[in-house]
Design a protein. Structure first.
Length: 70
């Protein structure tokens, strides 16, 4: 979310851009796919977010990106 703007960008998990597994320990084979082609887990969307863990591992974090902690 851009600070103070009330705008959101929805970012889906996409293994081709990272790895088959997420920081949660779940992997692409643990997920289903809904009618829109989005990964789901227990009926909920699987989303991606920038984390302090990834930033500390050397992943590029663009200006203005808000980092989240697990």
């Amino acid at each position: 979310m851009a600070s103070g703007s009330g705008e959101y960008r929805l970012t889906s998990f996409w293994p081709a851009e990272s790895s088959d597994c997420t920081g949660s320990g779940l992997c692409s084979w643990d997920f289903g796919v809904n009618e829109h082609g989005w990964y789901t887990y227990n009926g909920k969307l699987v989303l991606a977010t920038a984390t302090t863990y990834l930033a500390n591992q050397g992943w590029y974090v663009g200006e203005g990106v808000i980092l989240h902690k697990y």
